[in-house]
Structure formats: structure tokens, C-alpha cells
Design a binder for this molecule. Structure first.
Ligand code: NDP
Ligand code: OXD
Length: 309
């Protein structure tokens, strides 16, 4: 039995150290030095190289180092019987809620305008917006979306959420399924996307859907870049239908230098750092999963590969 660390992400050393610290005796293989791949039954991965699973014939469990799994389950070389798990971790959830609150509050309290006024030495009074009159919509009411929604509701925002299945969460009005998407969008002053990337959510932030938001709405996308049709956002910003957008995730990461988003005055770019998990607690929880696997016990946070998340 061997355990593979499989990542093409640059900041890997901290993660490798964490696994070594948590499980000093582990037969830890580090991609690309995989040794005899017939030994490898469990792998942890983040942005694995496409096609690599063809070289792992005995792989039984593939554990993501993050919440999203699209970079691995879309690889056709991943065997259909491999169990895929994802990270669910408090720090990841809290970090995302911080990010959502930061940008919602920034737009809500017109921080950019205040800063521009200060730069111009202009004492321009305007009253703060009335919070309960502002509706924040959250696409994806999973681990991340529910926490962010609850925190926004605690601040007094009207919070609506959209998911596949109906939810009963205090402070969040639930809309579910494609049939209620338009009604959900129509009430939003701000839209926060925390959806996983699946065939159904690819391109879901487009001219039609964003066009249903209230005029002058704000968009915050921390789900995946593939959910946004970039040209549609640019057009809606030009037309003023979308007032501004904060984007953490992109079709191509790092965002290419010539991408027009970089210099757009009403787009804020963050480098896919809305949230992150801490190596040590994640390594500990993944090693618990490994122990479960070795003992033949059911794993936790298993991805439904038919749904894609
Ligand atoms: P979960 O799996 O817990 O939640 C996903 C939510 O999306 C669920 O509520 C699900 O509905 C809903 N959903 C999925 N597909 C659809 C659909 N077709 N229509 C409507 N609702 C849908 O995931 P997490 O909350 O843990 O993470 C969400 C995503 O956030 C990740 O997949 C990743 O892409 C992104 N992420 C980004 C990070 C960043 O730093 N930018 C960090 C971490 C995650 P239902 O509950 O009914 O099944
Ligand atoms: C994740 C991410 O999915 O960081 O965890 O995007």
C-alpha cells in the first residue's frame, strides 16, 4: 500500500511536510517520482496532470486537497470505481465567508466611492444603505454557501439561496432547481456564486441570467471561472446593468496578462485566494480517511461522481 501526493500546484512543500509530520512512517510517494505505481492505492491531488490516472491501475481513492474536484473527475483516465473525496474544513469555510462578507460590505457601503472622495478631498455625505433592503443571492447552498449566507443574514441582509434541492436554513430563503433560477435572480441586488463546476453550471453566469439581476447589481464569483461567460459580463458592465464584479476564479489561472479583466475599472481580481485550507488539519483529516480506507470503513465527504460534486 502506498500513498501518492499528486499536485502540479507550485506551493506543495508545506503540504508534503504536513503529511510527513502527521504520518512519519507513511510510504509517501511524490509525483512525478511515483516508484512502482502498482503499490499506489490512495492519492491526494490538486490540479493533477491530465491523463496521469492511466498510470495508476490500482488506485482506489482519490482525495482532493480542496473543495472542488472538477480537475480530477473530468479526467477520462480516472477509473469509474475510484472513490473521490473532497475537503470540508472549518478554516476553508470561514475564509470563504470572510471573502464574501468583505466584498458584499464593500459594495454595500460604497467603499470605492468613499476612497475616491477621500483622494479628491471631497466631503460628500451620503447615508449608508439600509441593509434589510439589500438582497444578496447565493448560488450554491453547500458547505460554503450556507455559512456565508447565515453570516450575511446575521448582519441583516435579506439572503436568498439557490441550490439543486430545497434547503431549510434560518435566515435564507431557498430557491431550488432550474425552474426557480429566474425568480431567484430577479430579486438579487448582489449575486455570489459558490457553485461547483459541473456540466450544468458551466457558463451559468451569462447574459441571460445576469441580465435578470436588478439593474446595477454586483457579482462576486468565487466558484469557478468556467461558470462565467466573460464577454457577457464585460458587455453587461459596459451597459451598466452590472455595476461591478469581484472575480476570484478564471477560465485560465493565472489570469493571462492580456486579459481585459485586469484593467477594467469595475472589476476586482483576486488570485484564487478567496479561501484556502490549512495543510496540517487537512493532512490530519485525510490520514483519518486513509485509516478508514485501510480498515474497510466508509469514507467521509465522498463526491457523487454522477452529479459532479
Ligand atoms: P458543496 O458540494 O457543499 O455545495 C455545492 C452546492 O451547489 C450545493 O448546495 C448544491 O446543491 C449546489 N449545486 C450544485 N450543482 C447545482 C446546480 N446544477 N443547480 C443548483 N445548485 C447546484 O460545495 P462547497 O460549498 O464546499 O464548495 C462549492 C464550490 O466552491 C467548490 O466546488 C469550488 O468550486 C468553490 N471553492 C472555491 C474556493 C476559492 O478559493 N475560490 C475555495 C473552495 C471552494 P444541493 O445542496 O441541492 O446538492
Ligand atoms: C477549492 C479551491 O476548491 O481552493 O478548495 O478552489
Amino acid at each position: 500500500m502506498a500513498f501518492l501526493f499528486l499536485s502540479t500546484f507550485h506551493e506543495t512543500q508545506e503540504w508534503i511536510d504536513a503529511f510527513r509530520q502527521v504520518a512519519p512512517g507513511l510510504d509517501l510517494r511524490i509525483y512525478p517520482d511515483m516508484g512502482d505505481t502498482d503499490d499506489i492505492d490512495f492519492a491526494v491531488a490538486w490540479r493533477p496532470p491530465q491523463g496521469v490516472f492511466a498510470r495508476l491501475p490500482r488506485l482506489k481513492v482519490l482525495h482532493s486537497l480542496g473543495a472542488g474536484v472538477e480537475s480530477m473527475i473530468n479526467d477520462p483516465t480516472l477509473g469509474p470505481d475510484v472513490t473521490v473525496c473532497r475537503v470540508v474544513e472549518d478554516r476553508l469555510t470561514l475564509g470563504m465567508s470572510e471573502y464574501v462578507l468583505l466584498h458584499v460590505l464593500r459594495y454595500h457601503r460604497r467603499l470605492d466611492e468613499l476612497m475616491a472622495n477621500q483622494k479628491a478631498k471631497a466631503w460628500t455625505f451620503f447615508p449608508p444603505a439600509y441593509t434589510p433592503a439589500t438582497t444578496v443571492g447565493i448560488m450554491g447552498l453547500g458547505r460554503l454557501g450556507i455559512d456565508a449566507g447565515e453570516k450575511l443574514a446575521a448582519l441583516g441582509f435579506r439572503v436568498v439561496g439557490w441550490s439543486q434541492t430545497e434547503k431549510q436554513v434560518r435566515g435564507i430563503e431557498s430557491y431550488a432547481g432550474p425552474g426557480q433560477l429566474d425568480d431567484f435572480l430577479r430579486v438579487c441586488d448582489m449575486l455570489v456564486c459558490l457553485l461547483p463546476l459541473t456540466p450544468e453550471t458551466t457558463g451559468i453566469l451569462n447574459r441571460r441570467t445576469l441580465g435578470l439581476l436588478k439593474p446595477g447589481a454586483y457579482l462576486i464569483n468565487a466558484g469557478r471561472g468556467g461558470q462565467l461567460v466573460d464577454a457577457d459580463l464585460l458587455a453587461l458592465l459596459d451597459e451598466g446593468h452590472v455595476a461591478a464584479a469581484t472575480l476570484d476564479v478564471f477560465h485560465q489561472e493565472p489570469l493571462p496578462q492580456d486579459n481585459p479583466f485586469w484593467s477594467h475599472p469595475r472589476i476586482t481580481i483576486t488570485p484564487h485566494n478567496a479561501s484556502d485550507s490549512l495543510p496540517l488539519p487537512v493532512a490530519k483529516s485525510i490520514m483519518e480517511q486513509y485509516e478508514r480506507f485501510k480498515a474497510g470503513r466508509p469514507l467521509q465527504n465522498v463526491v457523487d461522481r454522477t452529479k459532479g460534486y
